[in-house]
Design a protein around this ligand. Structure first.
Ligand SMILES: *[C@@H]1O[C@H](CO)[C@@H](O)[C@H](O)[C@H]1NC(C)=O
Ligand SMILES: *[C@@H]1O[C@H](CO)[C@@H](O)[C@H](O)[C@H]1NC(C)=O
Ligand SMILES: *[C@@H]1O[C@H](CO)[C@@H](O)[C@H](O)[C@H]1NC(C)=O
Ligand SMILES: *[C@@H]1O[C@H](CO)[C@@H](O)[C@H](O)[C@H]1NC(C)=O
Ligand SMILES: *[C@@H]1O[C@H](CO)[C@@H](O)[C@H](O)[C@H]1NC(C)=O
Ligand SMILES: *[C@@H]1O[C@H](CO)[C@@H](O)[C@H](O)[C@H]1NC(C)=O
Ligand SMILES: *[C@@H]1O[C@H](CO)[C@@H](O)[C@H](O)[C@H]1NC(C)=O
Length: 918
């Protein structure tokens, strides 16, 4: 498994989940080992014949594809079933007491022969795959069961109420299946002996009685009902809640990610045994200070874990000093404001503090940490906090994770960070640091560092020492600083690197030492890097985002780039690359975004492009020296939404098959992100946490804008400034979702397609500087969103169709035509000057029309180019503003707007493991 990067609290949880699963993966062989040792011990116990037969029947019901039950055989030499794998017998009577068959790769069904094992107390079938079958009702007849684990066994359907008959059950785990309940949880109230109950990920949204039922279970110590869609804790279902002492033994209560509303029930505070209270991800609200006061019963001395993240709590931070045992405080993503009390510094057991994504303000100083010697995780990101410490402050803690994004730490580099030698994660991005990086920090770099995020500061100067000693973090983000000098040396196992928007210079060659094969993300855009690209891309087979835009790279693209079969995004724009369209890219069949714009590429646009890169969504070749004609094969790119061939030497005609660009013809998913979160899928081979937003330079309304976040909403064809000839195919009118069409500055002839008015989403249409002739189609007046139009310098004639839209444009948008008339041009049309005459309806009428046309042409042929009617230009700009109703035209000022970084997990290794065990 590769390591990761993120800066958000929620992705932290995702990370934890993955780490947890990975742990389980490693644990599995150990479990198997333990159970086989147990079996060997029971050598001299004899198994009962009837029970052996029952086990063989049970095996026949199972699908044992991996032979995990191969020791369960009927032959004489295997007669003693107490020696079979996973079977444990009583050492007195030989009865089968336990079946430990978790993680055994079993499928098929659970045979009722289990009932022939009357002494069974322990049944573990977790982590198998029962193919969405139901929990059999007969399990409820295994009356001696004390332990039942059916978690993560691909079971679905309702939980049989017969489980309520298991009155000796102490442990019940049904989590992580696709189970539900029919009506209520009444059956659960009969499990008098239950101590540990895990129903997480069960659909309990109809269980209005849940709190009443579980709170009455006298021995319950651990309750997990996270992710159960639990309804709010209504008083109606809970009649005696002030009189009786409920939850008398409860230590651990997990209710995160449900639909709980309002406050925290006061009686939770009266559970004197309560150690963990996890209520994150609900809709709890109110002043946190008051809500916490409700917990000030005897639980205040026992409480160690208080998780209230992702709720709607308001007001200031409470005085947590009244909970002296607290180890974990998690208030991530609430609506808290005000300053933090220094009393928090007295919580000497505190290990984990997360108040990120609130609106806290003020100064955090040494006093806030005075006794926090056990603090390991500190998350203060995304508030308005200022961290001010004495330059020589030696914190009492050694942090593991430090998330301080957007806390003010600068202007000098926070020296105390140098004392944190055990740290794995540092995020001090957006921290107003305008300093150099202390040389001694890099000389004694924290050896366990996995993530380093210093982005969006004003850190300047050279990176100290880094040409000798590699930066060992796996994910490094130094984006948007003023760093300079050659590229530093990085760990061979680097997985994600962003150095964009700095002043790094020199060649890319130092990066060739990153050869651990883990690199998934590389963003070097907007630096001063130069020279030819080294041919070392073979070291990065898992690369899926490569952004080298805005540098001074030159020469041809090396052949090894073609080995990047996972590559999804390739941005090379604004460099000096030359040579033909890189043939090696033919193998980058995952590519969705390709921007080669503003380089010196030449040669023909290859015909293989559609076959080789069938996933393309964005294809930008703008401003190069490409020549030849547009291959008709390009029409096979059915996902294409942005096609920009402008500013090249492309000649020939525009292919008629344009209507095959189905992504431009259909609405599709309305997602502003280009890939609709596809990265998160399993197909690309990666699990990607966080979002990288592709951005591209888009020409709109005559200006170039950088588009990031909302690129996915645009559908664009730009063929401007080439040598294209022939007609504009009428098929263009079927690209109904097109937003921008620019064919200006070519040699196009013929009429403007009559049906162009079908392109209802069109906001920008530029056909200027061609030889289009005939009249402007009247359908054009239907283009209500059109805010940029240019038809100037063609051979158009006749009256400009009337509509608020068309007359709203500046006259310059129509000038230079053969014989156009009517507003906004000053030239009046003949019909407006002379009163309308009744036309003869005989065959002669056509000739009359013809004559009129000839007259118009003659009349207007020499009439003035270049009138600007100031009235219309004022109005025009007003209309333009109005039409900005679409949010996506509010382009972003923040270009490389990637929110948090990405991580690559190799599908082949990790995903298959998940699936196998599921
Ligand atoms: C039999 O098992 C019990 C507990 O199950 C254990 O305490 C006892 O030592 C065992 N006796 C033998 C002879 O293994
Ligand atoms: C089941 O079989 C698989 C594949 O042989 C093995 O990896 C796994 O450890 C086995 N599990 C147990 C509990 O024996
Ligand atoms: C799973 O169940 C489905 C439908 O009941 C069945 O078609 C399929 O063959 C089963 N798969 C296995 C592996 O048993
Ligand atoms: C869960 O079960 C419901 C029916 O109870 C079914 O519609 C749904 O597809 C199942 N989900 C999964 C992931 O198996
Ligand atoms: C906190 O927010 C509330 C509600 O928005 C506001 O009334 C109060 O003044 C704020 N307090 C501080 C200290 O900013
Ligand atoms: C460093 O972190 C590890 C866990 O990652 C912890 O066990 C160890 O105690 C820490 N060392 C120090 C000096 O804090
Ligand atoms: C356009 O699409 C049609 C139907 O999907 C297909 O038959 C045809 O070959 C395509 N044409 C081109 C040039 O891709």
């Amino acid at each position: 498994m590769t390591v990761i990067t993120f800066t958000g609290g929620s992705s932290l949880q995702l990370l934890q989940a993955i780490v947890f699963l990975t742990l389980l993966l490693h644990l599995r062989p150990a479990l198997g080992f333990i159970s086989s040792v147990g079996d060997a011990d029971s050598d001299n116990i004899r198994c009962l014949d009837g029970e052996r037969q029952a086990l063989l029947k049970l095996k026949r019901g199972f699908l044992d594809a991996y032979g995990n039950l191969s020791s369960w055989r009927s032959g004489d030499e295997n007669k003693n079933c107490c020696n079979w794998k996973g079977v444990h017998c009583s050492n007195q009577t030989g009865h089968v007491l336990e079946l430990r068959l978790g993680f055994s790769y079993l499928g098929g069904m659970i045979n009722p022969s289990l009932l022939e094992l009357p002494y069974l107390t322990y049944l573990d079938l977790s982590y198998n795959d029962f193919n969405h079958s139901h929990i059999p009702e007969f399990i409820g007849s295994l009356g001696n069961l004390e332990y039942l684990d059916l978690s993560r066994a691909k079971l679905s359907g309702p939980i049989p109420h017969q489980l309520g008959n298991l009155s000796h059950l102490q442990y019940l785990n049904l989590s992580c299946n696709n189970l539900t309940i029919i009506e209520n949880l009444e059956w659960l109230s009969h499990l008098f002996s239950i101590k540990d109950l895990d129903l997480s990920f069960t659909n309990l949204h109809v269980a209005n009685d849940w709190l009443e039922v579980v709170s009455g279970l006298p021995y319950l110590t651990t309750l997990n009902m996270a992710w159960c869609d639990l309804p709010p804790m209504g008083h109606s279902s809970f009649p005696h809640f002030n009189n009786l002492k409920y939850f008398t033994s409860l230590e651990s209560l997990h209710l995160e990610n449900n639909q709980l509303k309002g406050g925290i029930p006061k009686f939770f505070g009266d559970i004197c045994t309560l150690r963990e209270l996890r209520l994150s991800g609900n809709n709890l609200d109110g002043q946190l200070v008051e809500r916490i006061n409700d917990l000030s019963g005897c639980a205040k001395d026992s409480l160690e874990v208080l998780e209230l993240a992702r709720n709607q709590f308001t007001g200031s931070l409470p005085d947590f000093a009244m909970f002296p045992s607290l180890k974990v405080i998690n208030l991530f993503s609430n609506k808290l404001n005000g300053t933090a009390s220094k009393t928090i510094g007295s919580l000497h057991k505190l290990e984990h503090l997360d108040v990120s994504s609130n609106s806290l303000q003020g100064v955090i100083s040494e006093a806030h940490f005075s006794n926090l010697s056990k603090l390991r995780h500190l998350q203060l990101s995304d508030n308005s906090l200022t961290l001010e410490f004495d330059f020589n402050w030696a914190p009492p803690f050694q942090l593991d994770e430090m998330y301080l994004r957007s806390c003010k730490l600068g202007p000098t580099f926070p020296n105390w960070i140098l004392t944190q030698s055990n740290v794995t994660t540092i995020d001090i991005s957006h921290a107003e640091i305008s300093d150099t990086i202390p040389a001694e920090w890099f000389a004694n770099f924290p050896p366990k560092l996995v993530l380093l995020n210093l982005s969006c500061n004003q850190i300047h100067g050279l990176l100290p020492n880094v040409s000798k000693m590699p930066l060992n973090a796996h994910t490094i983000d130094l984006n948007a600083n003023h760093l300079e000098g050659p590229l530093p040396l990085f760990s061979t196992n680097l997985s994600s690197l962003s150095l964009s928007k700095n002043r790094f210079s020199g060649s890319l060659t130092p990066l060739c030492k990153i050869n651990g094969g883990l690199l998934g993300f590389l963003d070097l855009s907007d630096n001063l890097l130069s020279g030819a690209l080294p041919n070392c891309f073979m070291h990065w087979p898992n690369l899926f985002i490569l952004n080298l835009a805005g540098n001074n790279f030159s020469g041809e693209v090396p052949s090894s780039l073609g080995l990047l079969s996972m590559l999804v995004t390739l941005s090379l724009h604004n460099n000096n690359f030359s040579g033909d369209f890189p043939l090696s890219l033919k193998n980058c069949s995952s590519l969705k975004f390709m921007d080669l714009g503003n380089n010196k590429f030449s040669g023909k646009v290859p015909a293989w492009i559609a076959e080789g890169l069938p996933q393309l969504i964005v294809l930008i070749l703008r401003s190069n020296k490409f020549n030849g004609s547009i291959p008709w094969h390009i029409c096979q790119l059915k996902y294409l939404r942005i096609l920009d061939f402008s500013l090249n030497d492309i000649s020939g005609t525009i292919p008629q098959c344009l209507n095959n660009f189905t992504a431009m013809a259909h609405k599709g998913k309305s997602s502003s992100n280009l890939f609709d979160g596809d990265y998160l899928g399993t197909d690309g081979g990666y699990v990607c946490m966080g979002i990288y937003v592709d951005s591209a330079m888009i020409v709109l309304k005559g200006r170039e804008y950088e588009y990031g976040k909302n690129l996915g909403l645009l559908k664009i064809i730009n063929l401007s400034s080439n040598k294209l000839s022939g007609k504009l195919p009428s098929e263009i009118s079927s690209l109904l979702e097109l937003v921008v069409l620019n064919v200006s500055k070519n040699n196009l002839i013929g009429e403007i397609p009559q049906m162009i008015g079908q392109l209802k989403q069109l906001e920008s249409l530029d056909m200027s500087w061609n030889r289009f002739s005939g009249e402007i189609p009247s359908s054009m007046s239907e283009l209500q969103f059109l805010s940029h139009l240019d038809l100037s310098y063609n051979n158009l004639s006749g009256k400009i169709p009337s509509s608020t839209q068309l007359q709203g444009f500046d006259a310059t948008r129509f000038i230079g035509n053969w014989a156009l008339c009517g507003l906004p041009l000053t030239e009046k049309c003949p019909s407006e000057e002379t009163p309308p005459q009744s036309e003869p309806t005989d065959d002669g009428s056509k000739d009359v029309e013809k004559d009129k046309d000839e007259f118009k042409k003659w009349f207007y042929a020499g009439a003035g180019l270049g009138y600007i009617v100031s009235f219309w230009s004022v109005c025009g700009s007003l209309l333009l503003k109005q039409s900005w109703r679409h949010a996506y035209f509010l382009f972003l000022d923040n270009l490389k707007d990637w929110i948090y970084v990405t991580m690559a997990v190799n599908k082949a290794r990790l995903w298959r493991k998940f699936q196998n065990q599921g």
